[in-house]
Design a protein around this ligand. Sequence first.
Ligand SMILES: [Zn+2]
Length: 302
Amino acid sequence: MKRKRKLLVSLIALVVVCLSVLFGNNLMNEDQITANVSKVNNDDRTSVSGNLMVSFIDVGQADSILIQNDGNNMLIDAGNNEDGNKLVSYFKELGINHFNYVVGTHPHEDHIGGMDDVINNFKIDNYYMPDKLSTTKTFEDVLDALENNNLSFHAPTSGEEFNLGDAKFRVIYSGDDTSDTNDSSIVLKMAYGSNTFLFTGDATSNVENKIINEDIKSDVLKVAHHGSNYSSTDEFLNKVSPKYAIISVGKNNSYNHPSSETLQKLDKRKIKLYRTDMDGTIIFTSDGSNLSVQTSKTDTNG
Ligand SMILES: [Zn+2]
C-alpha cells in the first residue's frame, strides 16, 4: 500500500511538473503575443485610413474650424455674420457639398454669425448646439435656417461620443452653465489615431475648472475665448499639455485679444503658437501618428 501511494504521489508530482512547464510556456507565448499586438495597436497608422485635416479658418475676430477625413466633413462654428458668404465659397471651392456634423459651440455672433448661410447652402446630417437660447437676431436667423431646411438640432450631453470617419469625438463639456453664454460652449476632444485635439469654444476658467479631471490631454489646443485672460488657467494648460496652440483672433481687435498673460503662459511652456491674425488659415494634417502644419492666407475673413 505504502509503495503504491508513493508511486501515486510521484505520478501526480510528475504530472504537475509537466503541466507547469507546458502552462508556463503557454503563458510566455501569450505574453509575447500580447506584446506584439500592443505594438501593432500603438502604431496607429493601422487604425486610420488616409489623412485627417483640421483647418482653423481665418475669420477675423471669430471662430470657424473645418475637419475633414475620408470624404466626411465637420464644421465647428461659422464666424461672424459677414463671414458667411465667404465661408460658403471657400467650402464649395474645396468641393464640399455636405457636412456630417455642424456644431455651433454657443450662441454668440462670432461663432454662429455665418451659420445660416452654411445651413442654407449645404446638406447637413447633424446640427449640434448647446441647450442655451438667445434672443439675438443672429440666433433667430440660425433657428429659421434650421426650420426652413427641415433640420432639428441636438443638444449633446457630456460623455457623448460620435465618429467622423476614423476620427473619434467625445463631448467633454455639454454647455450646461446657463448663467453665462461663453460658459455654455460645447467642448470637444477629437482623437485620430494617436493625435488629439481639444476644441474649447469660448469656455472660461469656470468650465476649465469643471473639466480639469477629464481626459483633456491633447496635442493641439484651440485656445479658449480668443486667448483672453478669462480662460487658459495654469492648471488647465498643464493638464492639456499641448504641443501646439491656436488662437483664433482678429487683427487689432477692440478686445485686445489675445491677452499678454495668456501669451506668456503659452511661451513659458514652449507651446508652439499659431494665430489666425498673423498666420491666416492654419491647417493641421494628421496621418494618425504625425502632425504637420501649413498656413495659408485665405479670402475667408468678411
Ligand atoms: Zn468668441
